[in-house]
Design a binder for this molecule. Structure first.
Ligand code: 13P
Length: 242
């Protein structure tokens, strides 16, 4: 399920409160190039409202069986999920998921035919070389069991944790070198061309900055994806800049 051009991934996190609100939000964001990741209880309701946007999930589990509260990537695939956010910083820091556990999820998602949107990002604002080193080590640990042939089937979401939900987005000057560092690493070591998106306080006021970069494949949007007008504005800006 390949999307041409830049993508907008809508991560609704644990929002909204009701199925009706989720359906209304889905209808408002149903445009080409958009991937909508609702909370698990609303996945089917949202899927039924989408004609152009593609269905995603916010997580998934690598196995089936006696794992109360979990749901597998195969189960997600069977209800139409094409992309899964994996290793989001909220999972890493609030739910203690480490890169070893995340690597199992990435592998299982690929096996189920789901494209992982693998999140990485440094926690605090650090220097550019430190940020590149931190995210590369997170990334390599999170894909340690992935065959080289599958690497290009992963979307990498670079989300500096300090920029998430703070209104303090990382500037293009801060984001581009880190993304380039990842791109160059994969080119040199594996001869692979990676697709990398940015996330962290993306707003209609700043989204254009990222879209003009040839190295940034799209954006991962949290808070702004929950407001119909703001989400639509962001999608329109993305479409007008590609
Ligand atoms: P915000 O856009 O609210 O900063 O969230 C970013 C994010 O975590 C998307 O996954």
């Amino acid at each position: 399920m390949d999307i041409k051009g830049k993508i907008a991934v809508m991560n609704w996190k644990c929002n909204p409160s009701s199925k009706e609100e989720a359906e209304a939000l889905a209808i408002a964001s149903d445009m080409d190039g958009v991937i909508i990741c609702p909370p698990a209880p609303f996945i089917e309701a949202v899927r039924n409202k989408l004609n152009k946007a593609i269905l995603g999930s916010q997580d998934g589990f690598w196995e089936e069986g006696a794992f109360t509260g979990e749901y597998s990537f195969n189960q997600l695939a069977s209800v139409g999920v094409k992309y899964s956010v994996i290793g989001h910083s909220e999972r890493r820091w609030l739910f203690s998921e480490d890169s070893n556990l995340i690597s199992k999820k990435v592998k299982a998602a690929i096996k189920a035919g789901i494209i992982p949107i693998l999140c990485i990002g440094e926690k605090e604002r650090i220097s550019e070389p430190e940020a590149i080193e931190t995210v590369l080590s997170q990334l390599m640990a999170s894909i340690k069991d992935i065959a080289e042939d599958d690497m290009e089937n992963i979307i990498i979401a670079y989300e500096p944790v300090w920029a998430i939900g703070t209104g303090k987005n990382a500037s293009l000057k801060e984001v581009e070198p880190v993304i380039l560092g990842i791109i160059e690493y994969f080119k040199e070591n594996f001869d692979k061309k990676m697709n990398i998106i940015y996330g962290g306080s993306v707003l209609s006021e700043n989204v254009k900055n990222y879209m003009i970069s040839p190295y940034i494949g799209g954006v991962l949007i949290g808070g702004s994806s929950l407001n119909k007008d703001k989400a639509l504005e962001i999608i329109k800006i993305i479409r007008s800049t590609i």
